[in-house]
Design a protein around this ligand. Sequence first.
Ligand code: T3D
Length: 257
Amino acid sequence: MSSILFEIKNSIGFITLNRPDKYNAFNREMALLFQDKLDECKSKEIRCVYLTGAGKAFSAGQDLAEVADPNGPKITHILSEHYNPIVRKIRKLSKPVVAAVNGVAAGAGANIAICCDIVVATESATFIQAFSKIGLIPDTGGTYFLPRLIGWQKASALMMLGDKITSEEAEKMGMVYKVFGDDIFNDEALKIANTLAQMPTKGLALTKQALNSSLINNYEDQLHDEELIQEKAGRTSDFKEGVQAFLEKRKPLFKGE
Ligand code: T3D
């Protein structure tokens, strides 16, 4: 069985982390395969990506058995070849990526989730910045995204103490968009992905571009970027369709173009 499952349905690219007996911990093979699948998601056919884990966990981060293996990859390679490319590919992908956190998300698993565009979680899911417990620093973009999502103080405490927090706490802090009861989680998370997959994909891609640049721009540069990016959105056929549908009082039919 492959460590990453991938299928395309209703314009959604479904990526499932699939090492359930290891809580979907990443080894090299899985990290590289995940990157390949993210590349496949560039296809025009896919208008939203849905990322989840098989079994009980979302992902327990780096496979610690691989780290302990003297023949395994070195720390610097693990970051430069495994996790950093994953974060870059998710942030650069010109469509929304939904992290459907179905269980524990620890270490790199937690930080992959929070770099996605929309994070939803089951009531029973938990988040752990597990790195400090084994003497590492938080990586996989965590030191960049987490303080920006929940504030520097809370990020600092979670990263130093390595506390396990519930999905409800994560939602209150701003790390998660919505939490759903375990019984309705799949349906609700899928509803979000289906909605996104029918929306103006180029407009969403440009929204993502503007949000990405807001992380580094000053205020004036951001206003300038909004002008440039909105100009591109205004040239899409979905924008024309959106306006036309509004004027004709009908439901728009967006084609992602
Ligand atoms: O060089 C580098 O490493 C740099 C890159 C770093 C990136 C990172 O992600 S570092 C952080 C690595 N992750 C962790 O430290 C988390 C380790 N796991 C845990 O703390 C706990 O397993 C969890 C809190 C995630 C879940 O706890 P619990 O009690 O619900 O489950 P469990 O019994 O501990 O785990 C279930 C199984 O998954 C178990 O297998 P077994 O004994 O039943 O055969 C366990 O060994 C396995 N598992 C869980 N996490 C990992 C793992 N196997 C390998 N690597 C893991 N990270």
